[in-house]
Ligand binder design. Sequence first.
Ligand code: NAG
Ligand code: NAG
Ligand code: NAG
Ligand code: NAG
Ligand code: NAG
Ligand code: NAG
Length: 298
Amino acid sequence: MKLLLSFVLLGALHQWAAANKILFDGRIPLWTKNETLDASADPFLTAVKGRSYPATHYSGFLGKHFHPTPLWNGSPEQVISIRIDNTSVFIPGNGTGVPQSGFRRTELIAQRNGSASNADRVMESGVTRFHFSIKADQRWPLNYTHEYQVVFIEPSDGSHVFGIQLGSPFTNPTGILPAPYARWFKVLDHNLNVLFKTPFTTDVWHNFAIRVDWENRTLQVLYSIESRRLASVTEVVSNPTVPLGDAGKGDFHVGLLKLPLVNPADSPANQGDVVHYGLQEGTVEGLLYSGIFVERIS
Ligand SMILES: *[C@@H]1O[C@H](CO)[C@@H](O)[C@H](O)[C@H]1NC(C)=O
Ligand SMILES: *[C@@H]1O[C@H](CO)[C@@H](O)[C@H](O)[C@H]1NC(C)=O
Ligand SMILES: *[C@@H]1O[C@H](CO)[C@@H](O)[C@H](O)[C@H]1NC(C)=O
Ligand SMILES: *[C@@H]1O[C@H](CO)[C@@H](O)[C@H](O)[C@H]1NC(C)=O
Ligand SMILES: *[C@@H]1O[C@H](CO)[C@@H](O)[C@H](O)[C@H]1NC(C)=O
Ligand SMILES: *[C@@H]1O[C@H](CO)[C@@H](O)[C@H](O)[C@H]1NC(C)=O
């Protein structure tokens, strides 16, 4: 009995010992309150959301009765619920810009000491690995005729170093919906090539880790479900369209960005402007997240 116990403990320690230096930790301790989100306090900046309500209308920590990914040996951590509704219209420039009426979005952005760029500086040099686990929230299903961007790193030019996509990619004109693989996760590189895809089955945690070499501009995808060990599902692949240096670095977003469908009533010029135009149903939709952290590889 005693021997068995130490085996279990060793296994647990091994998982932690295998972890490298943690550069950013978005795993939410059990004592952390939802008000942290309203305050936009570390670890997450909550500015990207609708302006009608405080952050806790769109996101929250689910307490000890919801189980996070078991990948990290049940390390105590709260599941994060992120939702959008028809009020989830982000207005950039702290409310002074043009409303992004085409999108619905609620995103948490990694920050350190109240600053996303502080976190970026720490996370985005050498070779680092971005971890996150995603589960369906059956209370508020997605609509797979739309495109969703659910995790990405966004340099200031609006491109993504890598991105996780769900649903049917936006096209103008609208194609046959839902698109093939709409209910699959797609891991995209900067040039929007699909590096890896896997079905978004419900009831299980989907664990992803993206290894980013910031100097050599490569990516590698690791994946597992539930408590299974992460396994490489791609080689180290070149990501050559990322701008060199700081222009190719940006904020680490986790959440829901839902694109519209083309609205035939819009002018031809506006039909491709996904940020400001298009059709949205205004439904409440959500996802669950846990296991968000970034570690140094080299
Ligand atoms: C925190 O937010 C979540 C999700 O919105 C909600 O389910 C939960 O009840 C909230 N916790 C408290 C203590 O209010
Ligand atoms: C955003 O604007 C509000 C007033 O609308 C102000 O209180 C707040 O400090 C501003 N935040 C930033 C980050 O500038
Ligand atoms: C955050 O602030 C602390 C205390 O001022 C400082 O030691 C630390 O270096 C800062 N971290 C970052 C990433 O800015
Ligand atoms: C999903 O989106 C399509 C396209 O806009 C819409 O026709 C459909 O009613 C939506 N489904 C739900 C459940 O809202
Ligand atoms: C980055 O590229 C250089 C030059 O091609 C090579 O020597 C180095 O091993 C690469 N680093 C990694 C981490 O692959
Ligand atoms: C969603 O909000 C837009 C305005 O932003 C409004 O025109 C539309 O009628 C709303 N849709 C629903 C279903 O409430």
